[in-house]
Design a protein around this ligand. Structure first.
Ligand SMILES: C[S@@+](CC[C@H](N)C(=O)[O-])C[C@H]1O[C@@H](n2cnc3c(N)ncnc32)[C@H](O)[C@@H]1O
Length: 363
């Protein structure tokens, strides 16, 4: 039994996943990716400077307390340049998702067949339960992805292609995940025999970690069956030995003290804070003493000014990121510290997603 190769008939995009159903769709989505690079990514800094100058000229406070944030939001949302910027951002986002969804739906049967076929082959494995009770808060259409992560059987394909566009090509060939994984924390004694990635989606981070620690047993968990099925297909196609399992990160079905490294990439800003606290406690539980937990995610409120907070609030309002505002105010490093991790100093100047790294104390 091998994977149904008809899904790669038109080749692979970003070096890894199936191309869309037609050249026309790819050209269109490529255009959106370039438009986002030009209009969104390249403009992010000038738009930030422009917004900060509006606030300063109006004598507004740059502090991130709730009153200053509300005042900043009220002022910035009235500005016509910013209104246009956020309108264009949303339209570009809606356009690429719609095209990717429709294009993959054109070959839905082959894609579903490939997921079925992959279940029967290794390396690695996948397990999920069609009757699994998925928590309601995970069912939102986060960043406007049609069907969200859990209600669309092709969610993994759609997410992976969407991530390529969203990241403006910087995630191609898993480059972004490889970069993050190379900075993940590791136990001081260097012993790494089991690693776990939480909210693994398509499996980019755990694949990169498995390549760094080829002898370790690697696990990726995600609440979405569609995601773990796709992640397994993707890893098997690359001949990487990883076990994927449908699971809530706040309720891990693993023994205490059973992993050396746990990671979570871009999961935490998509969790209600009450759940994030449970996930941190679960990471502490499943790590062995001396084991290391890395959270790659956006900086907390105490590392941003009021415009940084506004940017997050706009994502929450306009891009279905319902948990971002609560997350950035939660100060995840402090929560990790309070939960019992020994924290490494965190340097936000190193990059937007740079990891918060905690070690489980030895005793
Ligand atoms: C933004 S994606 C993560 C990206 C991914 N880690 C990567 O590196 O590309 C968030 C993922 O977390 C999953 N997720 C959300 N809540 C979860 C939970 N409570 N437990 C496990 N997975 C969850 C979603 O299904 C989705 O696949």
């Amino acid at each position: 039994m091998t994977i149904n190769q008809t899904i790669y008939e038109r080749g692979k995009t970003a070096g890894i996943f199936p191309s869309l159903s037609s050249r026309r769709d790819e050209a269109y989505v490529g255009f959106i990716e370039d438009a986002r690079n030009l209009l969104m990514h390249a403009q992010q800094k000038p738009i930030g400077e422009y917004s900060r100058s509006l606030l300063q000229d109006a004598g507004k406070s740059m502090e991130t307390d709730p009153k200053s944030s509300a005042e900043a939001q009220e002022l910035l949302m009235k500005d016509s340049v910013l209104k246009t910027y956020y309108r264009v951002k949303r339209s570009l986002q809606e356009s690429f998702w719609e095209c990717i969804l429709n294009s993959f739906n054109m070959k839905k049967n082959e894609l579903l067949q490939a997921l079925d076929d992959a279940e029967k082959i290794g390396p690695g494995s996948v397990s999920y339960d069609p009757d699994y009770a998925v928590a309601d808060y995970t069912k939102r259409e986060i960043h406007l992805q049609p069907g969200g992560y859990v209600n669309e059987p092709l969610a993994g394909f759609i997410y992976d292609y969407g991530l390529k566009v969203f990241m403006g090509g910087s995630a191609d060939n898993d480059a972004a995940h490889k970069g993050l994984a190379s900075t993940a924390g590791a136990p001081k004694d260097g012993q790494v025999s089991r690693i776990l990635d939480l909210g693994c989606s398509a499996g980019g981070t755990i694949t990169a970690l498995k390549n760094i620690y080829p002898d370790a047993e690697a696990w990726g968990i995600d609440v979405s069956a569609a995601m773990v099925r796709y992640a397994h297909l993707r890893a098997a196609e690359q001949n990487v030995d990883i076990h994927f399992k449908q699971m809530h990160a706040e309720e891990l079905d693993f023994e205490d003290n059973s992993f050396d490294i746990v990671t979570a990439t871009l999961l935490f800003h998509e969790l209600p804070v009450s759940m994030a606290k449970k996930v941190i406690a679960e990471a502490l539980r499943v790590l062995r003493p001396g084991g290391s937990f890395t959270i790659f995610d956006f900086p907390s409120a105490n590392k941003q000014d009021v415009y940084g907070m506004f940017f997050g609030e706009m994502d929450a309002l306009d891009n279905v990121e319902p948990y971002i505002p609560e997350y950035v105010r939660s100060n995840v490093e402090e929560v990790m510290d309070d939960t019992g991790f020994e924290m490494f100093p965190y340097d936000p100047s190193k990059g937007l997603l740079i990891g918060r790294i905690g070690t489980k104390p030895e005793n």
